[in-house]
Design a protein around this ligand. Structure first.
Ligand SMILES: CC(C)[C@H](C(=O)O)[C@@H](O)C(=O)O
Ligand code: SF4
Length: 472
């Protein structure tokens, strides 16, 4: 029987079988951020140990930092400064690479890793952060871990891991114009549920996935953790090789040629078998938006808030009713009539250059509705600089968006800045949990173009209405 890409990478990295389905696995690269990584480094230091290979460990500042212009170590987050200073000191003591606040390479960990060529096809990479699965978009095996596992990985370049089962989600056909990787991710979650991939590594396959550019694949893989997956992966192809060429931490010269030769073998064999195999049709997908407080509570943007019977296979009556009451919604109400208070473009899901370009295309020459507070937070300092070089910052500003420094910002509330209580936010992020973006905020997950279109109209809006100029 053939092997899946996951099995190939796993077998190349297995150091020993521990038993009970658990293996000791070699970890090629480790990423840390100031929210969870500083703790791991401090604890390692306290136990008198040092990193096994500091050259393969990278830390960034993203979660706690201010994204307001002119920022410094004093963030709006309570105790934020401690996280920043501790991580800085610990990274220095450990001799690892740090992308500090004022470093041109700083940014959200899952945005800078591909950007700098830290994640590579066939490599294993861990980070104490649940959205590490994003990085599987480049054909590496990247997954989120806890802080104590991170400490172990830093000290030994290995981890004990219980081997996940395999799941393939194939999406064939072509996505219709105006339907994006984010809509695909939301559609998949609404189809298979928030725990639909628990214990599995998801391989995304099929023509609609292959047709996505690398940045779209990152968006798709980003939300695998919202399926409770171990991680996600997509077989690397020419688009990935092209994307990685000459990135700072990608192989160079002869090593590059050797790497390409080995990366080209990284695809699942025709006769590989999966524990679960799911096939979806790209034509069934429209722009999507979440209506509830879990990413699985998502519907097509022009649909009404579903009746209980439509979701009862997944949610209990109690969970469903609670979601409606939290979101201040009634079954049957068309989602595209809901007035919004705020619009947010950012996060490791959708804050890359292509995301900002697509949103800017809708915003150009238009204005955000008067009652809407709109914020754009580029995913990295590099993305911000590239966007500014193209004049996108001006498009956002002219439309009435705030243009920020890079970081996680209001993707998640950590005690600092937030949208107000009961504010309805259309957001390009990945989690709509209760109070995720601030106490009692109501988050609707969508693509950056849906956020832009909704910001202009002041209500949830299908971005395809802007495809041929202004909507009627
Ligand atoms: C703070 C961090 C550990 C957390 C995660 O693991 O995902 C955050 O990034 C999130 O998105 O909720
Ligand atoms: S942008 Fe949001 S989802 Fe991504 S790592 Fe930061 S807090 Fe987590």
């Amino acid at each position: 029987m053939g092997k899946t890409i996951f099995e190939k990478i796993w077998d190349m990295h297995r150091v020993a079988e521990i038993g009970g389905g658990t293996d000791l696995v070699l970890i090629d690269r480790i990423l840390l951020h100031e929210r969870t990584g500083g703790v791991a480094l401090k604890s390692l230091e306290a136990s008198g140990r040092a990193p096994n290979d500091p050259s393969q460990i990278f830390a960034t500042m993203d979660h706690i930092v201010d994204t307001l212009p002119g920022r410094n170590d004093n963030t709006l987050m309570p105790t934020g400064r401690d996280f920043i200073v501790t991580t800085r000191e610990a990274a220095k003591a450990a001799g690892i690479t740090l992308f500090d606040l004022n470093d041109a390479r700083q940014g959200i960990v899952h945005v800078i890793s591909p950007e700098l060529g830290i994640i590579l096809p066939g490599a294993t990479l861990v980070c104490p952060d649940s959205h590490t699965c994003s990085q599987g978009a480049l054909g590496g095996l990247a997954w989120g871990i806890g802080s104590s596992e991170a400490e172990h990985a830093v000290a030994t370049s290995t981890l004990r891991v219980s081997k996940p089962k395999t799941m393939r989600i194939s999406v064939d056909g072509e996505l219709a114009p105006g339907v994006t990787a984010k809509d695909l991710a939301l559609y998949i979650i609404s189809e298979i549920g928030s725990s639909g991939a628990r214990g599995h590594i998801v391989e995304y396959a099929g023509s609609a996935v292959r047709d996505l550019e690398v940045e779209g694949r990152l968006t798709l893989c980003n939300m695998a953790t919202e399926l409770a997956a171990f991680s996600a992966i997509i077989a690397p192809d020419e688009k990935v090789f092209e994307y990685l060429k000459d990135r700072p931490y990608a192989p160079k010269g002869e090593d590059w040629d050797k790497a390409i030769a080995s990366w080209q073998t990284l695809a699942s064999d025709e006769d590989a078998e999966y524990d679960i195999d799911i096939a979806l049709a790209a034509e069934d997908i429209t722009p999507m938006i979440s209506w509830g407080v879990s990413p699985q509570q998502t519907a097509p943007i022009n649909a009404p808030v579903p009746q209980f019977k439509a979701v009862s296979h997944r949610d209990s009556k109690e969970i469903y009713s609670r979601a409606l009451s939290y979101m201040d919604l009634k079954a049957g109400k068309p989602l595209n009539t809901l007035t919004i208070d705020a619009a947010f473009i950012g996060s490791c899901t959708n804050s890359r250059l292509s995301d900002l370009r697509r949103a800017a295309k809708i915003l150009k020459g238009r204005k955000v509705a008067d009652h809407v507070k709109a914020i754009c937070v580029p995913g990295s300092t590099t993305v911000k600089a590239q966007a500014e070089a193209e004049g996108l910052d001006q498009v956002f500003r002219d439309a009435g968006f705030e243009w920020r420094e890079s970081g996680c910002s209001m993707c998640f509330f950590a005690g600092g800045e937030s949208f107000g209580a009961e504010e309805r936010v259309v957001t390009s992020t990945n989690r709509n949990f209760e109070s995720r973006q601030g106490p009692k905020t109501r988050s609707h997950l969508a693509s950056p173009e849906t956020v832009a279109a909704s910001a202009i109209m002041g209500r949830i809006t299908d971005p395809r209405l802007f495809a041929n100029g202004d909507p009627a």
